[in-house]
Design a protein around this ligand. Structure first.
Ligand code: AHG
Ligand code: MN
Ligand code: MN
Length: 334
């Protein structure tokens, strides 16, 4: 007989050990995992369900929406609005915050999410994911945008689902990082990666090199030194990866180390970076720090940023401690 620990069993035990009993969060996370299982099914059906391809519409970020961007957003909204634990939600795919419908029980948490991360990869059958972050709303009023604009240090939970060769859920509640794999036979996420930690050193870097001419000097220096390998100042060879799904890159870094960069560049001077603070950078930074890594814009710890807008973009440099600290030092020296 196969045995194991389910996600909710694990979190219940974690709460008992840390003396932080909170059944409301467990209820909410149960619903979040149901949304991820539903999204996993939708993505798995792929072309059979007629869900591939783009729509004519653009999201609030001016990006062309994939059919699955919209479908996964709907799944996440309509599954979680029934959790009874939410005061409101905000998503990459919606301009404004989402209020819980009047016929649903309300709660005291805010759920922020990127329903489909790496959506350009969905038509070519490469890994995509969902990223989520839970914040508190300790007011009786219906939440407005300002209630969501809390720095990343205030996150209660952060996690991502990775729809890859297997479906995984990786989560932190501020007590380390644990990974669970979806057992499709029983429909549960089972603990498979307890206590995930990022190796402090790495020989692997990830950056979209087609943007090289737009990078600032510190990133130019770091990448050119990696590329120079054994014959350069680092005196060792590096390897490069770029999946174009942040979830897949962060997962690889959690499993075997590495550094991921989507830095500040001059490609579009109106944007501080490409990735979104609230539903990409903050949850991933919480996870990376809890796994012993570092996450920075190059000039500031991401989790300390006071958000100014729901869809605010920031530079992101995260991963193995020694490499990220090196890039930070190159920024300081610049
Ligand atoms: P999304 O699909 O939610 O818009 O996010 C895509 C993000 C991130 O996952 C990835 O690291 C990056 O955009 C890829 O950007 P490029 O296409 O510029 O490489
Ligand atoms: Mn994304
Ligand atoms: Mn997305």
């Amino acid at each position: 007989m196969q045995t194991g620990t389910t996600l909710i069993q694990f979190l219940t035990e974690e709460q008992r050990k840390t003396g932080q009993q909170n059944t409301d969060i467990l209820e909410l996370l149960t619903t979040v995992t149901i949304s991820c299982k539903r999204i996993s099914s939708a993505i798995n059906e792929g072309a059979l369900a007629g869900v591939m391809g783009s729509l004519d519409s653009e999201n609030i970020q001016g990006e062309t929406q994939k059919k699955l961007d919209v479908i996964t957003n709907e799944i996440f909204l309509h599954t979680n609005e029934r959790s009874g634990q939410l005061a409101g939600m905000a998503s990459e795919e919606m301009e404004t915050v989402y209020d819980i419908p009047a016929d649903c029980r309300r709660g005291k948490y805010l759920l922020v999410f990127d329903p489909l991360d790496g959506s350009s990869n969905v038509d070519v059958n490469i890994s995509v994911g969902t990223i989520f972050s839970i914040l508190e709303h300790n007011k009786t009023s219906h939440p407005v945008t300002a209630d969501f604009l809390q720095p990343g240090t205030r996150q209660i939970v952060a996690g991502y689902a990775l729809y890859g060769s297997s479906t995984m859920l990786v989560i932190t509640t501020g007590h380390g990082v644990n990974g669970f794999t979806l057992d499709r036979d029983v429909g549960e996420f089972m603990l498979t990666h307890p206590g995930m930690t990022i190796p402090t050193q790495t020989k692997e870097f990830a950056i979209n090199a087609s943007n090289q001419r737009f990078w600032e000097a510190p990133v130019q220096r770091y990448v050119s030194e990696c590329v120079a390998g054994k014959t350069g100042p680092r005196e060792r060879d590096f390897n490069m990866r770029w999946v174009a799904s942040m979830v897949a890159e962060v997962h690889r870094i959690l499993v075997r180390g590495g550094i991921f960069m989507y830095p500040k560049d001059t490609k579009d001077p109106t944007k501080a970076g490409k990735l979104r603070l609230m539903y990409e950078a903050n949850p991933m930074s919480f996870i990376v720090e809890q796994a012993g890594g570092v996450s920075s814009t190059g000039r500031q710890r991401i989790l300390n940023i006071q958000p100014e807008g729901l869809h605010q973009r920031v530079p992101v440099i995260l991963g193995s401690r020694e490499e990220v600290e090196r890039v930070i030092s190159y920024h300081a020296a610049n």
